[in-house]
Design a protein around this ligand. Structure first.
Ligand code: EPZ
Length: 421
């Protein structure tokens, strides 16, 4: 298993290109199942999660071809041969559940393995199922699988989410595009990935209104066409690399970055004393002399501070002047990076969903272990600022969501290398 070796202490300066969003691409790819026309996704990220979704779609009989080294994905579901999403693939990646809505909408039945829990929380899929039931699906849970049918096709319905779910909004949105009649989805997620999916579905001929407002209205159509769509930039990769110069000092321009994708996060960075400026090519982040200030952070659905940047922000706050309180409101078990950061000298007290971070002058390098994707990159950020050498092991988590992390940071002066096992 590969690990990443970091010699801390180097200031960063330069430019980092931001890739297409993993979480947008993972929702866009299953949209192929809604049409027999070709769907082409440009600006796709080159990540292991994308390869997992590719394998899942191929197992259903879809054609998925990676072009331009994986930057472009050509998808076609002209001849689907299978409606069963197998446990062996679904257990690797929870986003696999996103094939359920599209399969059901276009073919009237689907069998999809239940994903099970994961490192950051129990993560049930009950909201996905309830929202699809509101569109007339009949669901049965048997042998670890969801057996879903809608023999006469789905029908428009109304569903109000009791709390915001990104994946369940995506699933029901895709399903509603081909349902008979009008669907109204209330308390829908407003994340940029949802907006991107709605834009792509509209290009395919779907009639959707209200994305970004919390209420989605979908007028079902008989069929969708193929389309070409560019994946939105990855706001989490953007936020992660904005933190790199913030933690080490220096100045880095994030090419393709847009402030509206990370507004709540950028506000917090500025509150801590970091400069964030819009440039022609993206966003530029500069840390001037001195320690950053402690700030309090509460994770919330978009447009609030994203849970997917909480671990990385904690790495920064470990060296801030003062005490920061981080509240995690989305997932119940998303502080597993805290004990690893403490191995590097951080002072963190975790009580339930709250972490209290008392900033220290300096972190020290140590061997640490990644427990999930965002935790692993938070350890790399901490290592960039630490004195001495850090080895982050179990980096397969990292490869799920960050492409060429060592190259991107290395190009800005970080002393970082991958050690292949
Ligand atoms: C998406 O997960 C992202 N994944 C996650 O990114 C992200 O952390 C999360 O949204 C929140 O922003 C993808 O887009 C592929 P949710 P998702 O449904 O859709 C509970 C990363 O690091 N819930 O919005 O699975 C759930 O347990 C990842 O890239 C139910 O109770 O998240 C959580 O507490 C990790 N029942 C909350 O809702 C359900 O049926 C929000 O989850 C669905 C969700």
């Amino acid at each position: 298993m590969d690990s990443i070796l970091v010699h801390g202490g180097a200031e960063l300066s330069g430019q980092i290109p931001i890739a297409g969003a993993k979480n947008a691409c993972l929702a866009l790819m299953p949209a192929t199942l809604l049409t027999d026309g070709p769907l082409t996704l440009t600006n796709a990220p080159r990540l292991s999660d994308i390869r997992t979704m590719t394998a899942l779609l191929q197992s259903l009989g879809a054609e998925v071809t990676a072009l331009q080294g994986g930057r472009v994905l050509a998808l076609s579901s002209h001849d689907l041969t299978n409606h069963l999403a197998d446990y062996d693939i679904v257990r690797k990646m929870r986003a696999s559940i996103l094939v359920l809505g599209p399969l059901l909408a276009r073919h009237g039945h689907a069998v999809v393995s239940l994903p099970g829990g994961c490192a950051i929380g129990a993560r049930p899929v009950d909201l996905h199922l309830r929202a699809l039931e509101a569109l007339g699906a009949t669901l049965e849970l048997r042998d670890g699988y969801v057996h879903a049918t809608a023999p006469g096709g789905l029908t428009g319905g109304r569903f109000a989410f009791p709390f915001v779910s990104v994946g369940a909004t995506e699933n029901v949105l895709m399903a509603a595009t081909l349902a008979r009649g009008t669907s109204v989805i209330e308390n829908a997620a407003r994340e940029p990935e949802i907006m991107d999916l709605a834009r792509c579905l509209r290009r395919m001929g779907a009639r959707i209104e209200g994305e970004g407002t919390g209420t989605l209205t979908v007028e079902g159509v008989d069929r969708l066409e193929g389309a070409t769509h560019a994946v939105v930039p990855d706001r989490i990769e953007l936020g992660t690399y904005m933190l790199a110069p913030a933690i080490t000092g220096g100045a880095v321009e994030l090419l393709g970055g847009r402030r509206e994708l990370v507004a709540a996060f950028a506000d917090k960075l500025e509150e801590s004393g970091i400069d964030v400026a819009e440039t022609e090519a993206g966003l530029k982040v500069v840390r001037r002399n001195g320690r950053v200030k402690a700030v309090d952070v509460t994770t919330e659905p978009f447009p609030g501070f994203p849970t997917d940047l909480q671990a990385q922000m904690m790495a920064l706050l470990c060296t801030a002047d003062g005490v920061s309180v981080l509240e995690e409101k989305i997932f119940e078990n998303r502080f597993m990076h805290a004990p690893e950061l403490m191995r590097m000298g951080a002072r963190i007290d975790v009580h339930g969903g709250t972490a209290r971070v008392t900033g220290v002058e300096r972190l020290n390098g140590a061997p640490v272990m990644a427990t999930d994707l965002r935790a692993s990159v938070s350890l790399i950020l901490a290592a960039l600022a630490a004195e001495g050498e850090t080895v982050v092991s179990r980096v397969y988590h990292l490869d799920r969501g960050y492409e060429r992390v060592e190259e991107k940071l290395g190009a800005c002066g970080a002393r970082i290398e991958r050690i292949s096992a």
